[in-house]
Write a protein that binds this ligand. Structure first.
Ligand code: NAD
Length: 425
């Protein structure tokens, strides 16, 4: 079996015959994963003939993991994902309140997949609540390992919650808990390393894709040391490590203060003329509004875990909803990456063969880009554009298209395969 590895220069080495482990997923998982593998196989075959090929290796998690291996997250699954560096994951069920740990969060933590990358782009023909959806072209870099998602919290009424409250009251002098007896408590760790590596990957991405701007989105006005720290350390990464490639608004403000606005404006214009990436920041609530009103002002977004969660769903809704929003969780240092549909298991439509496979397909498309098989990625995108131009999709999107034709999951997948096979003939 041949797998992706990293060489001593930190570059990915990708064999032509490549084994990719995949977790089918619960609910609609089996429906979308199966057809998406076939679409990718068709695209790889079309572009590379016999020169390159993917061999899919099924690994188990979630309900199927429990049925086949007796565990929702078998050790073997983690071991294979660690060994093969990259993998694919369908949606997995998460129990609400106590009990089972989120499998998605567990996978991200185990593999230290610190960047959750979500490109958000509108496809012509897809209904959008925006007047000018073509102006939306952003990629979210959401920090994936820290923040309130670290899972450090204690329920109200427990000894732990009382102990924690006594500690912050007696040892730390905290007096501002309004109802201490009935409060649950959570801890929000945000570190220099965690913030810096996320920002580094966002800037690297902007450099590789020749994008003009990275915006740090935060609530530093309220949470000064956590969200404010994220803002400060993110600017520091740009200024210390990417001074040739970037110009920060932080720096602009310093220049404006010392040498006047006119001079600072000149410096900013010069940086833009040289093609430098502009690094600015925006308070999270303002960002949610601004990105709706002026989406063209944003390109790459670097943000913490909780903000990133909200932002991802809003931006996805702006371009057609979660059925079409792709995502990947990546550790750019080790190379580990999991490409996954961003929606859940969709229990209301599972088993009906109507789920939209595009969130999963576009995630696999990100994987093709990640491993450098760009031609495959291009043909996948072209096939989707062509299907939409012909008003074909699954029902979730087709019902909002003029004269839209709603196909089943498998028929839509086969339709894309036909477009790929006929391409250039
Ligand atoms: P969901 O994303 O499963 O469904 C929300 C709505 O979107 C539903 O109406 C559903 O039918 C629709 N939808 C989702 N995917 C679709 C697709 N591909 N095509 C068409 N419509 C689609 O969210 P939920 O109902 O809140 O969660 C269900 C389960 O999934 C929960 O157990 C939750 O924890 C889990 N979940 C998993 C992931 C993941 O594995 N990454 C993400 C979110 C939720």
């Amino acid at each position: 079996m041949s797998k992706v590895s990293k060489n001593s220069n930190g570059e990915l080495v990708v064999p032509d015959i490549l084994t990719i482990p995949f977790i089918e997923g619960d609910g609609v998982g089996s429906e979308i994963t199966d057809i998406c593998k076939k679409i990718i196989d068709a695209a790889v075959g079309k572009v590379y003939s016999d020169k390159r090929k993917i061999e899919w290796l099924e690994i188990y998690a979630g309900e199927k993991g429990n049925t086949v291996k007796g565990s929702y997250l078998p050790d073997e699954t983690l071991a294979i994902l660690k060994e093969y560096l990259i993998g694919v994951k369908g949606p997995l069920t998460t129990a609400v309140g106590g009990g089972m740990r989120s499998l998605n969060v567990a996978l991200r933590q185990e593999l230290d997949l610190y960047s959750c990358v979500r490109p958000v782009k509108w496809y012509e023909g897809v209904a959008s609540p925006l007047k000018e959806p073509h102006k939306v072209d952003m990629t979210i870099f959401r920090e994936n390992t820290e923040d309130i998602y670290a899972g450090i919290e204690w329920n109200e009424g427990t000894d732990e919650a009382k102990k924690f409250y006594n500690f912050i009251k007696n040892d730390m002098g905290v007096k501002s808990v309004r109802f201490p007896e009935t409060s649950s408590f959570g801890v929000k760790p945000v570190s220099v390393e965690g913030s810096s590596r996320l920002m580094r990957s966002a800037i690297d991405y902007a450099i590789n894709k020749k994008l003009s701007k990275v915006t740090i989105v935060h609530k530093g006005n309220i949470m000064k040391f956590t969200e404010g720290g994220f803002r400060k350390w993110s600017y520091e990464v740009a200024e210390k490590e990417f001074s040739n490639e970037t110009f920060t608004i932080n720096n602009y403000n310093k220049i404006a203060k010392d040498q006047g606005i006119e001079f600072a404006d000149k410096q900013l214009q010069e940086a833009k003329d040289k093609g430098k990436i502009i690094i600015d920041d925006c308070i999270a609530d303002a960002f949610l509004q601004n990105s709706l009103l002026k989406p063209e002002n944003y390109s790459v977004i670097a943000t913490l875990n909780l903000n990133g969660d909200y932002i991802s769903d809003q931006l996805a809704a702006m371009v057609g909803g979660i059925g079409i929003a792709p995502g990947a969780n990546i550790n750019y240092d080790t190379g580990h990456a999991i490409f996954e549909a961003t929606h859940g298991t969709a229990p209301d439509i599972a088993g009906k063969n109507i789920a939209n496979p595009l969130s999963m397909l576009l995630s696999l498309d990100m994987m093709m880009e990640y491993i450098g098989w760009i031609e495959v990625s291009n043909i996948i995108k072209i096939s989707i554009e062509k299907a939409f131009a012909n008003r074909c999709s699954t029902n979730d999107l087709a019902r909002f298209m003029e004269d839209g034709q709603a196909l089943s999951t498998s028929d839509f997948g086969n339709y894309l395969i036909k477009i790929i096979k006929d391409w250039g003939n």
